[in-house]
Design a protein around this ligand. Structure first.
Ligand SMILES: C[S@@+](CC[C@H](N)C(=O)[O-])C[C@H]1O[C@@H](n2cnc3c(N)ncnc32)[C@H](O)[C@@H]1O
Length: 242
């Protein structure tokens, strides 16, 4: 099994924007998602995007005049983000998201950890530690928004094979293997190269996070929490710091 950074750098990152339907489409979806939450209403501010990827949410925020700190371990995805962000006010940092506080230039008004990034963390204690650290650094009245997949109900049999994306020259499929508090995610990529299909497989571990437990962790840190549905079947938590 690969570490999360290796899984992205050696397997997922080069095809990640393709899997998301192209950067332009994904950023348009991110923009709509942020608009629905009301994060594009307030004009400029300071935001941190933890596990920013190619910038599905960082770019709409920076285009709206917000100063954005985008942190990710993937150099490949951060380069895509920089290229697509143009001269909008986004700073990219290649680092573990747990180190976000060391890169802050101010107290953020908004912290994002979206698109299932939270499930990539190495355990439940790191999840609570992250929520607590964001709570310490967020400005008064600030918001911490997370979206993640609920893997608590184990799929069975052939339901564990999930078609992700395909076209004439690529097929991406996911296979899920459940084990206690975690699920092993096998990403299977088949690519047509010089007339033949070539398959590459890489696996990494994700957490099976219970949305109610996550809500309680936010409340323990003094957040007022709104738990609801996000994009593409994800759970969305909007946490307000009073
Ligand atoms: C599923 S993608 C989501 C990307 C983006 N937030 C979105 O919604 O499109 C998860 C991202 O988190 C990054 N990531 C995972 N664990 C990380 C960590 N501990 N520190 C920094 N980045 C991390 C990965 O490299 C990847 O870009």
């Amino acid at each position: 099994m690969s570490s999360v950074p290796d899984h992205y750098e050696m397997h997922l990152a080069p095809v990640y924007s393709w899997m998301a339907g192209g950067i332009e489409n994904a950023v348009a979806r991110g923009q709509q998602e942020l608009a629905d939450i009301g994060l594009l209403d307030g004009g400029a501010g300071y935001a941190v995007d933890l596990g920013a990827g190619f910038g599905m949410h960082a770019i709409p925020l920076s285009r709206n005049g917000c100063n954005v700190l985008a942190i990710d371990t993937s150099a490949f995805l951060l380069n895509e983000l920089k290229d697509y962000a143009g001269d909008t006010p986004v700073v990219t940092v290649q680092d573990d998201l747990f180190n976000f506080a060391g890169h802050l230039s101010d107290r953020p008004d908004v912290v994002l950890c979206m698109g299932d990034t939270l499930t990539h963390l190495p355990g439940l204690s790191p999840v609570t530690a992250l929520i607590s650290s964001v709570s310490e650094h967020l400005s008064q009245g600030g918001r911490f928004v997370i979206t993640f997949r609920d893997y608590t109900r184990a799929l069975e049999g052939t339901d564990r094979f999930i078609p992700v994306k395909s076209d004439a020259s690529r097929i991406s499929t996911c296979f899920l293997e459940y084990a206690g508090d975690t699920v092993r995610v096998h990403d299977i990529l088949q690519e047509r190269i010089e007339g033949s299909w070539v398959m590459r497989v890489s696996a990494y571990q994700k957490l099976r996070l219970d949305p109610v437990w996550i809500k309680q962790q936010f409340e323990r840190c003094g957040f007022v929490v709104n738990l609801g549905a996000g994009l593409s079947g994800m759970v969305r938590i909007i946490a307000f710091k009073d």
